[in-house]
Ligand binder design. Structure first.
Ligand code: DX5
Ligand code: ZN
Length: 221
C-alpha cells in the first residue's frame, strides 16, 4: 500500500472523450483529478477553463478536482472555478499581485488553497501565509507542457518544503508536478511528497496497454 495520493494530470488525457478518461483513471485507483489551466500568457500554452471543470462535475465526477492555475492575472478566474466545483485551487505566487488576497478569495469560496513553486521560485513565498495554505505544489519541470523530464534539484526542495510543513503542524499537502513516473516515484515520496501528479506516465502507458484501463499503471505506482 502506498502512502501518497495519485493525481493524474488530464493534460495528457484524450480531450475528445475526457469524461470517460477521468472515470477510468478514478476507477483504476487514482485519488485526485489534476486540472491544468494555461493561458498562453503566464505559460506558452493554452488549455481548459472553468466550463470543462463544471462539465466534469455534471458528468458525475465526485473526486477532488485540483485546479492548477498557470494564468495571469489570477484573481479573475478564482470565482469561476469555485462555481465550477473545484476542490483545490492553486496558483503561482509570481502571477498574483496580492498573494494573501488570492488565498483569501479561494477560502471565501469554500475551496482549499495552495501555492505553486516553479523550479527556481523560492519557498520563502510561504513565510507569511503558511496559515492560509492547504497545499504546497512544487513544479519539477518548467510549467507549460506535459512529458518533460523531472528536474533532480526538486528532491532537495521537497525535503525543505517537508520541514516547513512539519514545523507548521498544519495538514498541508505536499504535491509534486512534472516528470513523475514509475521509476522515480519512490525517491520522490521518500523526499517528502504525499501527492503525486502524473500526466504522461499514466495516460500514455494506459493507452499503450488498453485504452480503457489504467489500473495496472496506477497499481504499479
Ligand atoms: C505542466 C503541468 C503538469 C503536467 C505534468 O505544466 O502542470 O501537470 O501535465 O505532466 P507529466 O506528468 O507528463 O510531466
Ligand atoms: Zn499541473
Amino acid at each position: 500500500t502506498r502512502d501518497f495520493l495519485i493525481a493524474p494530470s488530464i493534460l495528457s488525457a484524450n480531450f475528445a472523450r475526457l469524461g470517460e478518461e477521468v472515470d477510468n483513471v478514478l476507477a483504476s485507483g487514482a485519488d485526485i483529478v489534476h486540472f491544468d489551466v494555461m493561458d498562453n500568457h503566464y505559460v506558452p500554452n493554452l488549455t481548459i477553463g472553468p466550463m470543462v471543470c463544471e462539465a466534469l462535475r455534471q458528468h458525475g465526477i465526485t473526486a477532488p478536482i485540483d485546479v492548477h492555475l498557470m494564468v495571469r492575472p489570477v484573481d479573475r478566474l478564482i470565482g469561476d472555478f469555485i462555481e465550477a466545483g473545484a476542490t483545490y485551487i492553486t496558483f503561482h505566487p509570481e502571477a498574483s499581485d496580492h498573494i494573501d488576497r488570492s488565498l483569501q478569495l479561494i477560502h471565501d469560496g469554500g475551496c482549499k488553497a495552495g501555492l505553486v513553486f516553479n523550479p527556481a521560485t523560492p519557498l520563502s513565498y510561504l513565510d507569511y501565509v503558511m496559515d492560509k495554505v492547504d497545499m504546497v505544489l512544487l513544479m519539477s519541470v518548467n510549467p507549460g507542457f506535459g512529458g518533460q523530464a523531472f528536474l533532480p534539484a526538486t528532491l532537495a526542495k521537497l525535503r525543505e518544503a517537508r520541514q516547513r510543513i512539519d514545523a507548521s503542524e498544519r495538514a498541508i499537502r505536499l504535491e509534486v508536478d512534472g516528470g513523475v513516473n514509475i521509476d522515480n516515484v519512490a525517491e520522490i515520496a521518500r523526499a517528502g511528497a504525499d501527492t503525486l501528479v502524473a500526466g504522461s506516465a499514466v495516460f500514455k502507458a494506459g493507452r499503450a496497454a488498453d485504452p480503457h484501463r489504467y489500473d495496472t499503471v496506477i497499481r504499479d505506482f
